[in-house]
Design a protein around this ligand. Structure first.
Ligand code: SF4
Ligand code: SF4
Length: 159
């Protein structure tokens, strides 16, 4: 008898059909979406900075107010399955975007590895470079703009 090959849920279930628990587990916890962004008024292009929302615990990359985040931070966006085709503003390593675009998760993802150790080993979370937004004047934010290169931040001059 040939054993049936087990396929993990993210390979068989489209994002929009996942249960709430499955949906939440796709988030790899990188913290990148909690970095502040600037948007060009004319082109609407989005630029990431290395400045984190003041509610992000940078060391753990966890939101300090997750259950009430949208009451505490009006600009906080909750990702939902009905927006999957709008995920282009997320970093290109965001697991929701990756899964939507490539139909599979990367080999460093906690669901694949069983823990976040590979993400940490590769420096794929913001903990090594995020700076609390409250420590930088808003006039200076443009100097904190970054671009992603293979998932890592590099300074980016938009002026
Ligand atoms: S960028 Fe994507 S994977 Fe990373 S914390 Fe945000 S939602 Fe989760
Ligand atoms: S409130 Fe929490 S989830 Fe929302 S952007 Fe800030 S740290 Fe991230």
């Amino acid at each position: 008898m040939i054993a049936k090959r087990y396929e993990p849920f993210w390979k068989t279930t489209p994002l929009e059909k996942m249960s709430p628990v499955e949906w939440e587990s796709i988030c790899d916890g990188c913290g990148k979406c909690c970095l502040q962004k600037l948007q060009d008024d004319e082109t609407e292009e989005v630029f990431y900075t290395n400045l984190s929302c003041h509610q992000l615990n940078i060391g753990s990359c966890q939101c300090k107010v997750y259950e009430t985040r949208q009451d505490k931070v009006s600009t906080c966006i909750t990702l939902t399955p009905d927006q999957v085709d709008e995920f282009h503003w997320l970093p290109d390593t965001c697991s929701y975007r990756v899964l939507y675009e490539t139909k599979d998760l990367p080999n460093w993802h906690p669901l694949v590895v069983g823990s976040d150790k590979e993400m940490l080993r590769q420096g794929l979370t913001v903990r090594h470079y995020a700076v609390n937004e409250n420590t930088v004047d808003e006039e200076e934010w443009e100097t904190h703009v970054i671009k992603w290169v293979h998932g890592m931040p590099e300074p980016y001059d938009i002026i």
